[in-house]
Design a protein around this ligand. Structure first.
Ligand code: FAD
Ligand code: NAD
Length: 478
């Protein structure tokens, strides 16, 4: 089908913001023939985030976990329009989204507006910094492809700079100190991947760094991975100890400069002290914050006044205080953790809901036509025949309208912790299985491989794993 087909005036215009887990799962399920579908996202690809930490060390090449949105859309039954742009403002009263092309190359028009009848917001979240001074200027985040590339480049830059002629010992130590702030799954997985990189490749290729390379994970709470069971937290902490990754728990970062972090440490006796920790690379992984376009919409809606962390939605994912606006994934607050699992299920639910809504509308239209035909029909037999058809359609309509609210089904939590070990809290029947170790790691690998978007992604990821095993990771700094 043509990509930019003109809108059909008999259909509603459905605008979908974002090409992440929520929006793409919706697109996969959606029968695009029912609506004029427009997708707006600054990213013209879907990103398989669970394997993003592996891109920071070059274990996996970033293109292996990207799927072009154009490839997804071209397989849909009816044409879908895609604009590579950022939604800068949603005007709910006017039912319009303002969009802006923020890419390097701009045409004569780079700002415009897109009217909608129905809107799905799946723009994800921003990196939380809690307004801590110096974080944005000095640290790397780990959310997008560009972040992973940036980290990969900086790891090698720190190492090569540490190896510079006559570098002082103190400076070598600082440059080779890799600090990760945030002991959630992002921070833990990154620390594990980085230590693997050091053990598998860096130590062999650049032996002169081996005594000074050090990874520290800084966490404000008493332990890492708070969403996992106690047994797996202990397992992760003991694995990190074996790997020589230092965990600094009860340590809250308060300020960041270009070479140091300043943190408030809670001592075992409860007293507090400020500590200055030098770093070469700083990766900031302290969770999610609300995007400005979402915050602006929240300010337009009195029903959102109480919300701080994102758009409050009802059990059908309708944004509270609106009609015909839905939110999915990290930007929606529906009492679930902000994970790909939740976003994916929410998107798929909306896909089914919209298909059902379109079917109901078609049935209602048919019923209207049938009742007109019934009034115009001559003779009892013809009228009764139409009446039978009306009853049948009414039955179908009732059945169709019975779609229940969104229900999340938790499949479990999985995280890689390095040293070919993973931790998993898996929901099994009505219970829970907690497991950690090498078998869990093999399960982690196969689970993520099967979840990859396409066969192409699966093959590329496998090839990357084999390549790294055969030749080691590539340590050249691009
Ligand atoms: P995203 O997937 O972030 O997508 C948001 C989309 O909106 C993007 O396409 C973005 O470009 C677009 N966008 C942004 N701003 C705008 C705008 N103004 N206008 C239009 N579009 C916009 N979860 C798990 O369940 N398991 C895991 O193993 C896991 N691992 C992770 C590893 C890492 C490193 C990270 C960062 C996250 C991980 N997560 C994992 C969490 C998971 O990635 C998120 O919960 C999930 O991506 C949320 O989906 P989403 O659709 O809401 O947002
Ligand atoms: P998170 O919110 O899970 O964890 C952030 C951590 O940073 C918290 O433990 C918090 O106490 C700590 N923190 C906050 N401010 C701090 C400070 N100033 N100093 C020190 N520590 C501080 O964030 P995340 O790991 O980025 O994950 C975000 C979401 O993505 C979560 O819902 C997570 O479940 C999901 N995710 C899942 C996986 C997985 O399932 N394997 C992987 C990555 C992310």
């Amino acid at each position: 089908p043509p990509d930019q087909s003109p809108p059909d005036p008999s259909k509603k215009t459905l605008v979908i913001l974002g090409t992440g887990w929520g929006s793409v799962s919706l697109l996969k399920k959606l029968d695009t023939e029912n609506y004029n579908v427009i997708v707006v996202s600054p990213r013209n690809y879907f990103l398989f985030t669970p394997l993003l930490p592996s891109c920071t060390t070059g274990l996996i090449e970033h293109r292996s976990i990207m799927e072009p949105i154009r490839n997804i859309l071209r397989h849909k039954k009816a044409g879908v329009t895609f604009y590579e742009a950022e939604a800068t403002k949603i005007d709910y009263e006017k039912r319009v989204v303002y969009i802006s092309d923020d890419s390097e190359i701009k045409g004569d028009i780079s700002h415009t507006e897109v009217p909608f009848d129905m809107l799905v917001i799946g723009v994800g979240a921003e990196n939380a910094t809690f307004g801590i001074p110096g974080v944005r200027e000095n640290s790397c985040f780990l959310k997008e492809v560009g972040d992973a590339q940036n980290i990969r480049k900086r790891i090698m830059d720190c190492i090569e700079t540490a190896c510079f002629k006559d570098q002082t010992e103190e400076e070598v130590k600082r440059l080779l100190h890799m600090v990760v702030v945030g002991g959630g799954p992002t921070g833990v997985e990154f620390a594990g991947e980085l230590q693997d990189f050091f053990n598998d490749d860096l130590k062999k290729w650049i032996p002169e760094i081996k005594d000074n390379f050090q990874i520290t994970l800084v966490e404000a709470l008493p332990n890492v991975l708070p969403m996992f069971s106690k047994q797996l937290i202990d397992y992760t902490e003991s694995t990190f100890k074996e790997e020589a990754i230092t965990i600094r728990a009860k340590t809250m970062v308060k300020e960041v400069t270009d070479k140091h972090i300043r943190a408030e440490v809670t001592n075992p006796d409860g007293s507090k002290a400020i500590e200055t920790i030098p770093y070469g690379l700083l990766v900031w992984a302290t969770g999610n914050a609300v995007r400005s376009v979402v915050r602006d919409l929240m300010n337009q809606l009195p029903a959102q006044a109480e919300s701080r962390r994102g758009l409050l939605v009802n059990e059908y994912l309708v944004v509270n205080g609106t009609e015909n606006v839905w939110a999915v994934g990290d930007c929606a607050i529906a009492n679930y953790a902000p994970t790909a699992q939740v976003a994916g299920q929410e998107g798929a639910f909306l896909g089914r809901l919209f298909n059902t809504m379109a079917k109901s509308e078609a049935l209602e239209k048919e019923l209207e036509n049938l009742s007109d035909a019934q009034s115009a029909a001559k003779g009892d037999e013809a009228r009764n025949q139409i009446l039978d058809e009306i009853r049948e359609r009414q039955k179908q309509l009732r059945r169709n309208k019975q779609i229940g609210p969104f229900q999340y089904s938790h499949q479990g939590s999985l995280a890689y912790i390095g040293k070919e070990r993973a931790v998993a809290d898996i929901s099994w029947l009505s219970g829970n299985i907690a497991s950690g170790g090498t078998m869990t790691y093999l399960f982690w690998r196969s689970a993520y491989l099967s979840m990859c978007f396409s066969t192409r992604n699966r093959v590329l990821v496998c090839v990357d794993w084999v390549k790294a095993r055969l030749f080691g990771r590539d340590v050249s700094r691009e």
